[in-house]
Write a protein that binds this ligand. Structure first.
Ligand code: THU
Length: 132
């Protein structure tokens, strides 16, 4: 089983895949699946800026489209000294697949780690159970 620090180091590895010629802000995400696999994602930008996809969603789309539906944790790292917290769109995207036992693991440039739950990052979230 991966610990927080190991997963965070995988997020640093994922950062290497970043395609970010416009912002030059590289983000990496490492998503730990229910069966113990780690799926990497990075941000992928576009000349039409709004089409940019964040690292977190890249990892989820890779994993879900490969048949994974259960997740334990995601680690995220960005090109900044402070912790890189997922954007609002990514929080909603993650909430679709992750309950409150899912951990969002952030690492800063000093290798310090902060862990959040889904409910801390997205309280009062909207979910499929509210649709009829
Ligand atoms: N970005 C992510 O990939 N994840 C985050 O959590 C924050 C922002 C990306 C989007 C864009 O390519 C760059 O960082 C600057 O916003």
């Amino acid at each position: 089983m991966m610990n927080h620090n190991e997963l965070a180091q995988k997020a640093r590895e994922a950062q290497l895949g970043s395609y970010s010629p416009y912002s030059k802000f590289r983000v990496g995400a490492a998503l730990l699946t229910g069966d113990g696999e780690v799926v990497l994602g990075s941000n992928v930008e576009n000349a039409s800026y709004g089409l940019t996809i964040c690292a977190e969603r890249t990892a989820f789309v890779k994993a879900v489209s490969a048949g994974k539906k259960k997740f334990k944790a995601i680690a995220v790292v960005g090109d900044m000294d402070d912790f890189c917290t997922p954007c609002g769109a990514c929080r909603q995207f993650m909430a679709e697949f992750c309950g409150n036992d899912f951990e969002i693991v952030l690492i800063n440039s000093k290798n310090e780690i902060k862990v959040f739950s889904m409910d801390e990052l997205l309280p009062h979230s909207f979910g499929g159970e509210q649709l009829r």
